[in-house]
Ligand binder design. Structure first.
Ligand code: 3PY
Length: 256
């Protein structure tokens, strides 16, 4: 299976979506549809680690890359969500370089960080040959493949983006356009020049540092636009919204 980190290195522009239903069946549907990855959303959804682990099992069966958005920065959140087999984690609400350094400390094994090691299911089932080449080869390979992606959605992060994305071990940035526009006092006004300037700044600075930029797109038209603008990956809508919108359309057209 192709990892998201490899797709990005190859210059592909992976497409993903959020899972807000916490359902492994929804995860399966997204895989069948041909998405490259999903992000299990533990920030905004009413479910937790066990459901995320089920979705990740489904991802491994179906060959889609599983990412998780954790609710907040903490050692436990980062460690547990990586240990159930996520290829990477998305971290909301980041403000400072110090927080970015903490993320690397918790999410990467030595020598980059001090991620705790325990030979549990991620080694046994996720990477069956983990110990074939010794623990150091396992931790080296895992460090190389694991993506740690903070969200740029606060004014502080926007102002200090160069410093934040320069932290070794930070794999890229994920722009949360709704939160960022709220923070800027122009909620969801994505056509405002200052919003366009802000996301162009993030894109330019990250590309100067050779780090990819993900962005959320609420619909397919915006997703296409963002890819044309040079973003490296778009996360389009989420299972809950897509299902609701599809049913609304059905109801509307039958009642029309
Ligand atoms: C945002 O748009 O703020 C996001 O984080 C997308 O979920």
């Amino acid at each position: 299976m192709k990892l998201i980190s490899d797709r990005l290195k190859n210059g592909e522009k992976p497409i993903g979506t959020f899972l807000n239903l916490g359902s492994q069946t929804a995860a399966e549907c997204v895989a069948i549809a041909g998405m490259d990855y999903f992000i299990v959303d533990l920030e905004h959804s009413p479910f937790g680690l066990a459901e995320a682990a089920d979705c990740i099992r489904m991802a491994k069966l179906k060959g889609i890359s599983p990412l998780i958005r954790i609710p907040e920065i903490s050692r436990a959140n980062i460690l547990k969500h990586l240990d159930v087999g996520a290829e990477g984690i998305i971290i909301p609400g980041l403000k400072t370089r110090e927080e970015a350094e903490k993320i690397v400390e918790y999410g990467k094994y030595t020598p980059l960080g001090s991620r705790g090691f325990c030979p549990t299911r991620v080694c046994e089932f996720g990477y069956g040959d983990a110990f074939a080449n010794g623990i150091l080869e396992y931790t080296r390979k895992t460090n190389e493949e694991t993506m740690l992606i903070p969200q740029c959605e606060t004014l502080e992060c926007l102002a200090d983006i160069e410093n934040i994305v320069s932290v070794e071990g930070i794999s890229g940035i994920f722009i949360g356009p709704f939160d960022l526009s709220l923070a800027m006092g122009i909620p969801a006004q994505f056509d405002r020049p200052e919003f366009k300037e802000a996301i162009t700044k993030v894109l330019t600075v990250c590309h100067e540092k050779n780090k990819p930029v993900f962005i959320f797109a609420p619909n397919k038209e915006t997703a296409r636009l963002r890819l044309e603008q040079g973003f490296d990956s778009v996360t389009v809508n989420g299972d809950l919204n897509v299902m609701t919108e599809a049913y609304m359309e059905i109801v509307k057209s039958i009642r029309a």
